[in-house]
Design a protein around this ligand. Structure first.
Ligand SMILES: Cc1ncc(C[n+]2csc(CCOP(=O)(O)OP(=O)(O)O)c2C)c(N)n1
Length: 621
């Protein structure tokens, strides 16, 4: 009974009948040494780690793997999804893990396809999202140049290129599979620094045979028990909290899993909470201590709290330039408490009391060590006044009405107005929000009023144009996909318009809210702020995105109009459509300050560098 049948088809059918790989192993049916094609053993090895979804654009570099997947999909053991662009596909895979915690494998051919997926994987690498990237690679025999390889007479170039982005393994020999999959599991399921794992599959090793025990293939590593530092360090931290009058907590992506503990600690400590773009919702929007986002595109209140704080407490934050004012956002901070699982990131600032470990239990223990009143009333009142100022500032923008600009014939909604309306619409329906790069992204994290983590996914690590629209696809791939809205600009949308076709193909229920200002406004704004003139950040070509989207059967294409009423009607109609929809919304671009949410902090870019670096040299922390 333990003997596997002789062909791929029969083995797949046999496994399906046995209830799948895990069931067959549990029943002791797979403890013999067997010989299999490498790609089949790979697919079984990934199945052993719970990975059965494959996102693919096949080519001559991956037909052997494709044949194994075809056979296994026919037996119902895996599911394959075809895409139209590798960057889009990489983003969809990243979102599938990030939003739904479903790890998957992205499969490409050799050369251009692999390089495109590698570029897209920057988003997974930057946001700590684990998934497999499987690329075709040049032959190990070196019989001559392979078409599409990197054209240099050197060995292992793809291994080096992918290894620069993350962890990589080239399956130079079939027998290396166990090692490859053990390392892959270590990266894809890393407890705090997960990322893409690149498996390069040479054209000639793919059809080779590997001899192994299937029950010896590595499984997904068990979650570690949580790390908490010693009591002495925690007591020192509590003393620091008690002794400092003005405290600001800066939350990063690592705080998303510790929302209740963060709230309890912030309330016990009397600390203001400043959010990074990726951690909106860790404290409810209207919580009096939520100062909103801080950083170069932060907020009046968030940046006030950063500037005034004497003690900065970082929770799961890497201190990325835009969200941390390139290191000069804390001019009055004398001390730092840093809570981070990563032993390097936890030491990012000077004068740091490092609490290396998991945010939730550390915050819980710290809160236990604090007295019932830490006497920070004056500080919290000053912060509350700034929060009120920020609220009034936002309200003035939401109620300013449409503004006339040079492109659109009627006065048009501004991005803040449109985002505010769509955010409210999304929250009322428990919809996911995805934000693309540019002004859309900055206005987005300044405007959204999230009350829980996971309401917004903003790819702030790489700020990759086209991520949001591609990420919408994850709803069609997930076991229990949810309705989502992708907020995007005309620039970002056109990076990955393939989503229109792939979204229909994969049955996505979601809406692309395309805010068209006929330019890459974030960069125009940066140019104007730095040099007084914009340059090559717009063109004169009018595009009718409604017509473009309507040309795809099954897609609902709508014009958003020029008022909040027309936008809201379009949002409702789009949501009611059971598949993919697109709303083309003209938005204002121009110098009126009511058209945007403003910038509040520093950034080490362009002609600001000299000033920022001079101030950085004088920082204590
Ligand atoms: C793939 C990629 N290319 C270039 C950039 C640099 N970049 C950041 S924002 C931006 C403009 C975005 O324009 P659009 O999507 O139209 O949004 P808007 O700023 O107009 O709201 C550019 C070019 C990027 N982040 N990603």
């Amino acid at each position: 009974m333990g003997t596997l049948p002789e062909t791929r088809e029969k083995r797949a059918a046999w496994l399906a009948k046995a209830g799948g790989l895990a069931a067959a192993i549990d029943k002791g049916l797979l403890s013999d040494v067997v010989s299999l094609p490498l790609t089949e053993a790979l697919v079984l090895g990934l199945m052993r780690q719970g990975i059965t979804k494959y996102l693919m654009i096949l080519g001559h570099g991956s037909t052997e793997l494709g044949e194994t997947l075809r056979t296994y999909e026919a037996a119902g053991l895996v599911k394959g999804y075809q895409f139209r662009n590798e960057v889009e596909m990489a983003h969809a895979g990243t979102a599938l893990r990030w939003v739904y915690d479903e790890p998957c494998a992205v499969v490409t051919s050799i050369g251009p396809g692999a390089l495109q997926a590698l570029a897209g994987s920057l988003a997974a690498a930057s946001n700590g999202v684990g998934l497999y990237h499987i690329y075709g690679d040049e032959t190990t025999h070196g019989e001559g140049y392979n078409m599409q390889q990197v054209p240099k007479p050197e060995q292992g170039l793809f291994g080096r290129i992918t290894g620069a982005m993350g962890a990589a393994y080239t399956l130079h020999a079939a027998a290396a599979l166990r090692d490859a999959l053990r390392r892959g599991a270590g990266t894809v399921f890393h407890p705090f620094r997960a990322g893409p794992f690149y498996l390069n599959l040479p054209l000639n090793t793919q059809p080779e045979t590997v001899t192994l025990r299937l029950d010896a293939l590595p499984v997904r590593p068990a979650t570690q028990t949580s790390m908490v530092p010693e009591d002495t360090a925690l007591r020192k931290a509590a003393e620091l909290v008690i002794s400092c009058k003005k405290i600001a907590i800066k939350t990063g992506g690592g705080a998303r899993g510790a929302a209740p503990e963060l709230r309890r600690f912030a309330e016990a400590a009397g600390a203001a909470v400043v959010l990074s773009p990726g951690s909106t919702g860790v404290l409810p929007d209207d919580h009096p201590q939520n100062m909103h986002v801080g950083g170069s595109k932060g907020s009046i209140s968030g940046n006030f709290a950063m500037e005034e704080a004497e003690l900065a407490i970082f929770v799961g934050s890497r201190g990325v330039c835009q969200s941390d004012c390139s290191g000069i956002g804390w001019p009055n901070a004398k001390a730092v408490i840093n809570i981070n699982t990563d032993p390097l990131d936890v030491q990012h600032y000077n004068n740091t009391l490092a609490l290396t470990g998991d945010a939730a239990p550390i915050l819980e223990r710290l809160a236990d060590l604090l007295p019932s009143n830490t006497g920070k009333r004056d500080w919290l009142s000053a912060c509350a006044a700034k929060k009120a100022e920020w609220r009034a500032f936002k309200q003035a923008r939401y109620t300013a009405g449409p503004i006339r600009d040079s492109v659109w014939t009627s006065p048009s909604l501004t991005q803040p107005q449109a985002i505010h309306a769509a955010d409210q619409f999304a929250r009322e329906r428990n919809a996911l929000k995805f934000f693309d790069a540019g002004d859309v992204q900055a206005n987005g994290f300044q405007v959204v009023e999230d009350n829980r983590p996971g309401e917004t996914f903003t790819e702030s690590g790489a700020s990759y144009m086209g991520f949001a629209v591609s990420a919408l696809l994850s709803g069609g791939l997930a076991d229990r996909g949810r309705y989502g809205i992708a907020f995007t600009g005309d620039g970002s949308f056109m990076m990955n318009p393939q989503v229109l076709i792939d979204g229909v193909e994969h049955g996505v229920h979601g809406t692309i809210l395309l805010m068209d200002n006929r330019r890459m406004a974030a960069i125009s704004h940066l140019q104007l702020a730095q040099y007084g003139l914009d340059y090559r950040t717009n063109d004169g070509v009018a595009v009718d995105y409604v017509q473009m989207a309507a040309s795809i059967r099954g897609l609902k294409a709508l014009w958003g109009g020029h008022t909040l009423d027309t936008l809201k009607a379009a949002l409702a109609e789009a949501h009611a459509h059971p598949g993919l929809s697109l709303i083309h919304l003209p938005v204002y671009y121009g110098p009126d300050p009511l058209g945007g949410m403003g910038a509040y902090g520093s950034w080490n870019v362009g002609n600001w560098c000299a000033d920022v670096q001079e101030r950085y040299a004088g920082t204590l922390i």
